[in-house]
Design a protein around this ligand. Structure first.
Ligand SMILES: [Fe+2]
Ligand SMILES: [Fe+2]
Length: 179
């Protein structure tokens, strides 16, 4: 069973591939607005379901952990900014040059966010949570993502009772400070 870090990395890589595909469609000689819009919708769905599930399955468990708590709040704020831009881009036209500027800003923001999660947050989580806990969080992430994809809404309480909010191993925060 894959742990949550592997699953998050897969989502990040999928988003990167969708950004590249969107770029290719925009730069194509045979520019097709429907194709660009379809690809954008795929990217939007991927990013929103990922970040909503991530907040519920991961960030909610970081709020009681000193240094990681700051990452959770910062990460959620970055998620909100991306969601706002995605929403705006849904109603603007990809033909407009401003739309392309918005896409560039979105990609820059997502790249930065992904880098912080993978390079800074992942090592802290590896120390704070046991391998079993990371697998459990992975199960929650996948289940939550499905709910968001199917309903289009954030399932804030849907899995809360099943998932609970598991804490990290006792002393994990000391490990992090020492490490
Ligand atoms: Fe992420
Ligand atoms: Fe994130």
């Amino acid at each position: 069973m894959e742990n949550v870090l592997t699953l998050i990395k897969k989502d990040h890589d999928a988003a990167t591939a969708l950004f590249a595909e969107l770029r290719r469609l925009i730069d194509a000689d045979t520019f097709s607005e429907p194709d660009v819009r379809e690809c954008f919708q795929n990217l939007k769905r991927a990013l929103l379901s990922h970040q909503t599930a991530e907040e519920e399955a991961v960030y909610s468990r970081l709020r009681t952990h000193g240094e990681m708590k700051d990452y959770a709040f910062e990460g959620e704020t970055e998620h909100d900014l991306a969601a706002g831009l995605l929403e705006k881009m849904t109603y603007d036209s990809p033909i407009d040059e401003r739309w392309r500027a918005q896409l560039a800003v979105l990609k820059h923001a997502v790249d930065h966010h992904v880098e912080e999660e993978e390079l800074d947050l992942f090592p802290m989580m590896k120390k704070a949570f046991s391998p079993d806990e990371l697998v459990e969080m992975g199960k929650d992430l996948q289940a939550l993502k499905l709910v968001v994809q199917e309903t289009g809404t954030a399932p804030l309480s849907a899995l809360r009772t099943d998932a609970g909010v598991r804490g990290a191993r006792p002393g994990a925060e000391d490990d992090i400070r020492a490490g």
